[in-house]
Design a protein around this ligand. Structure first.
Ligand code: ASP
Length: 354
């Protein structure tokens, strides 16, 4: 399903970066129905880079996903396809840039961080809010930053997101603004770097480096879900969701420091039954920033009794993809629960340090 297009065969022999194009606004064209993935991305990319100082950027080899997608349509098996391409080209390049739609970019960055594990070169995801070639497009700047980071000898060996002059840990990032150019942030983690006149890489504690794991993950639909608590939540809908025998992992989004609604005891009783029969439930806050303190309030303490894991300061994207990857790798029961409560790739603050 992937086609390899070589932007410039002269450069190919010495290309420093692999650029993997998956779709998204960065390569879209206007149509009467709104933006759609467009043709001829390789040529447009080359033309735009040439017009924006591309000669000073590292050489690259472009691999395009076919068909390019609006990332709203992304499904987990695509992550396996991306990993396959990375495996095929890994040894030939110093770093990787993945061009991706912004809608699910944080999910892909998180998923890849858990799938690949340790890295020995950077994998940098980016995209754009305005397509390449359109007036005021942020694509050339985002692209240049991602390429410079991916080729930088001191860049963190991890999956990160370069967007609007920010370098973020991929599994800590969220799309925080649907309209602004500064579309991404990592509310619970310091930025890994920032680009002003100079590119500054922060001295944050680095993750262990090593050879990536390119093995594919057995993703299955219907295994994970999200329950977003709200006033007026229907016990009947909770019941229906938790009764689904295919559900193996649940992200529970509660209020503030991790407090669920009581629902007259119904929610807790139902959650306890579900965890006893093997469902792994991770509690996260609905707040934009902060962490759960399961037990600070009596309402939250009940979750400890119901066997719900405190997800600390995980983002929903990281919690969901971590569950999907670990379930797909066959983890179950206590092993899965322990892995969900433990930072694997810098995605959460360890309980003792919070
Ligand atoms: N819908 C687009 C996508 O995620 C939005 C974007 O790329 O900014 O593919």
């Amino acid at each position: 399903m992937f086609t390899s297009l070589f932007h410039d065969s002269r450069r190919l022999a010495m290309s420093r970066l692999l650029i993997l194009y998956t779709g998204g606004t960065i390569g879209m064209r206007p149509s009467p129905a709104g933006y759609v993935p467009g043709e001829g991305f390789a040529e447009r990319l080359a033309a735009q880079l040439a017009a924006h100082g591309g000669e000073a950027l590292p050489s690259y080899r472009l691999v395009e996903m076919a068909p390019a997608i609006d990332s709203a349509n992304l499904e987990p098996p695509t992550w396996n396809r991306l990993v396959e391409v990375l495996a095929r080209h890994w040894d030939d390049h110093d770093g990787v840039v993945i061009l991706h739609g912004t809608d699910t970019l944080a999910y892909t960055a998180s998923a890849l961080s858990f799938m690949l594990g340790t890295l020995d070169k950077p994998v940098v995801l980016t995209g754009a809010q305005i397509p390449l070639g359109q007036p005021r497009s942020d694509a050339p700047g985002n692209l240049a930053l991602a390429m410079q980071v991916a080729a930088h000898p001191a860049a963190p060996r991890e999956v990160c997101i370069a967007f609007h002059d920010r370098l973020l840990r991929g599994n800590r990032a969220r799309k925080v603004d649907s309209l602004a150019m500064a579309a991404f942030d990592s509310p619970n983690a310091p930025w890994l770097g920032e680009a002003g006149i100079e590119l500054r890489l922060e001295q944050v504690p680095t993750l262990p480096e090593g050879t990536p794991d390119f093995s594919s993950v057995a993703f299955e639909a219907d295994r994970v879900g999200v329950l977003h608590c709200h006033p007026g939540m229907s016990p009947r809908l909770v019941e229906t969701m938790l009764e689904d025998s295919r559900l193996q992992g649940l992200v529970l989004l509660t209020y503030g420091a991790g407090n669920p609604p009581g629902l007259e005891g119904h929610l807790m009783e139902r959650l306890q039954r579900a965890t006893e029969s093997g469902l792994v439930v991770v509690n996260l806050t609905q707040c934009h920033r902060g962490s759960v303190r399961q037990g600070a309030y009596a309402s939250g303490a009940t979750l400890n009794e119901a066997g719900v894991i405190a997800g600390q300061d995980l983002t929903p994207e990281a919690a969901l993809t971590k569950l999907q990857v670990l379930l797909g790798r066959g983890l179950r029961g206590m092993t899965l629960r322990e892995a969900m409560a433990t930072p694997l790739r810098g995605e959460m603050t360890a309980p003792a340090a919070i």
